[in-house]
Design a binder for this molecule. Structure first.
Ligand code: NCD
Ligand code: ZN
Length: 343
């Protein structure tokens, strides 16, 4: 039976929520990943070092005993974030980055920033103290088409940030377009990008053909096939600017299967298995380890993991739900088959 052993991977973009949902979903991330960047978009958002430490303690409590897992905390940039907050974060070993959500761009982003110029002094401090900036790269203008929002963000905001803060380390999170791949590739080594499994596996037909499929709805929204192909080529290229970030974003099933369904795909149950399919389909399994286990750590200047995980080519069927009745989450690929199994 075909087997693949790689250095234990990390997830450089993950939502684990808090409370009961945290307990439901965290074991799936901790089972395969040694570390994960924890997104701060709780209600209310995690904006200070003190809040991040409280949240971190709750996550640590929820790690199953036999698993070795390290949460890497982030703070949510708001119009009230100060350069002093940045300095405080830079001095705390548990906090690795700030997350910039344009106000209203996605789930729990109402507290975000509405004009990037608002936060220039804070970006200056991030550059000075060498704290990475993680960006949800979509504009939120009501008159901007949802399929164009990433490209317009790059043209109108990201180019200016990169120009004005050349030494700031930036991760353009969950890239979804050819334009994003080109931008990241063309700019200096301080700008990198994460890519999710859903954006590598699916185009917008998965969401819209044959009925609306709410479990494929996430932000940035799935795009045309040409964009998916550009992402696949970036992921398998061996270019260290592109690395794994699942954006696993659990929502209760009934809140997605709803007249106004929430954005976010839950993928932590099978993340590395989903990526393995993409790399295998594109004859690039030898490139999976760099993407999943090396480049992210290198970018964040953290040591690479030393342990390994082992994947076997043995099919299994993804359950329809994870979690208890009151807390059910529908995973990506629910009820369908996956080719790889983590031992
Ligand atoms: C994320 C969530 O649910 O928190 N949703 C999503 O569609 N990706 C937020 C985000 O990362 O945009
Ligand atoms: Zn996210």
């Amino acid at each position: 039976m075909e087997k693949l052993i790689i250095t234990r991977p990390d997830d450089w973009h993950c939502h684990v929520r808090n409370g009961a949902m945290l307990k439901t979903v965290l074991p799936y991330t901790a089972r395969q990943f040694a570390r994960a960047i924890i997104m701060p978009n709780l209600k209310p958002p995690v904006t200070t070092v003190a809040e991040a430490l409280v949240y971190r303690a709750e996550i640590v409590q929820a790690i199953p005993e036999h698993l070795d897992f390290t949460p890497l905390m982030t703070l949510y940039l708001t119009p009230s974030t100060t350069p002093q907050d940045v300095k405080d974060a830079s001095e705390n070993p548990y906090i690795v980055a700030f997350k910039y959500y344009p106000a209203g761009a996605t789930t729990n982003s109402d507290a975000g920033v509405s004009a990037v110029q608002q936060i220039y002094p804070v970006l200056e401090a991030m550059q000075q103290f060498d704290v990475p900036l993680l960006i949800h790269g979509e504009v939120t203008d009501a008159d901007c088409d949802i399929f164009d929002r990433e490209q317009v963000f790059i043209d109108t905001q990201l180019s200016a940030i990169v120009r004005d803060f050349p030494a700031l380390r930036i991760v353009l999170e969950h890239v979804t377009t050819q334009a994003a791949v080109q931008f990241v590739t063309a700019n200096n080594a301080n700008i990198a990008a994460t890519i999710t499994p859903q954006h590598l596996l699916y185009n917008r037909n998965a969401l819209l053909v044959g009925g609306i499929k709410p479990h494929y709805y996430c932000l940035p929204i799935l795009k045309r096939e040409q964009h998916r192909l550009a992402l696949v080529n970036a992921a398998i290229s061996g270019n260290p600017k592109f690395f794994l970030g699942t954006d696993s974003a659990p929502h209760l099933t009934h809140l997605k299967e709803n007249h106004c369904g929430c954005a976010g795909c839950f993928s932590a149950h099978a993340a590395i298995e989903l990526y393995a399919e993409v790399f295998e389909d594109n004859h690039a399994l030898d490139k999976l380890e760099g993407f999943a286990s090396f480049y992210g750590a290198d970018f964040y200047r953290l040591p690479r993991n030393t342990g390994t995980i082992s994947l076997t080519k043995r099919a299994w069927t993804v359950p329809e739900y994870y979690g208890e009745k009151q807390n059910q989450v529908t995973p990506l690929r629910a009820g369908e088959s996956l080719r790889w199994t983590v031992e």
